[in-house]
Design a protein around this ligand. Structure first.
Ligand SMILES: [Zn+2]
Length: 149
């Protein structure tokens, strides 16, 4: 359910305005918060052009997300304060051309997929982030607020 909600929000964003500045990027595999976007990533932007947009999350960010976003609170339920500090310490901003590897699960934090099995492989692959929208208000966006189609 948590994954479905996050994925639905991410999919809705991808098709509309991309990923807004201030969004939190979660690992697509383990849902650990990894980065905050320092600028908006526009739809269709090439993944390797976006390296400058990512700022590693801080302990402050992690605590705020755990407090305000139930899905993050659940994903990090067992984390101690020392875990939060260690996570901040091991995160590095991605460099252009470096693999998008999550330091927690060692898998790619970006979802890469082919739109259709009959597409030409060269150009068919695209990518998607799992994100939480900017926490502008007192509550994060709920799944019921996502508009489809
Ligand atoms: Zn991960």
């Amino acid at each position: 359910m948590r994954a479905g909600m996050v994925a639905a929000i991410a999919a809705a964003q991808q098709e509309s305005e991309g990923y807004p500045k201030g969004s939190t990027v979660l690992c697509a595999q383990c849902f650990t918060p990894l980065f905050t976007l320092t600028r908006t990533i526009t739809p269709g932007e090439k993944a390797n052009r976006t390296a400058s947009a990512y700022r590693p999350v801080t302990v402050h960010d992690i605590r705020r997300l755990r407090r305000d976003v139930p899905g993050v609170a659940a994903a990090l339920k067992l984390w101690t304060s020392a875990d939060e500090i260690a996570h901040e310490a091991r995160l590095e901003a991605p460099a252009s051309g470096s693999p998008a590897v999550c330091p927690c699960c060692q898998k790619s934090f970006v979802q890469v997929f082919a739109p259709g099995a009959d597409e030409v492989i060269d150009q068919a692959y695209t990518w998607r982030l799992v994100t939480i929208p900017p926490l502008a208000g007192p509550l994060p966006v709920r799944s019921s607020e996502v508009q489809f189609g």
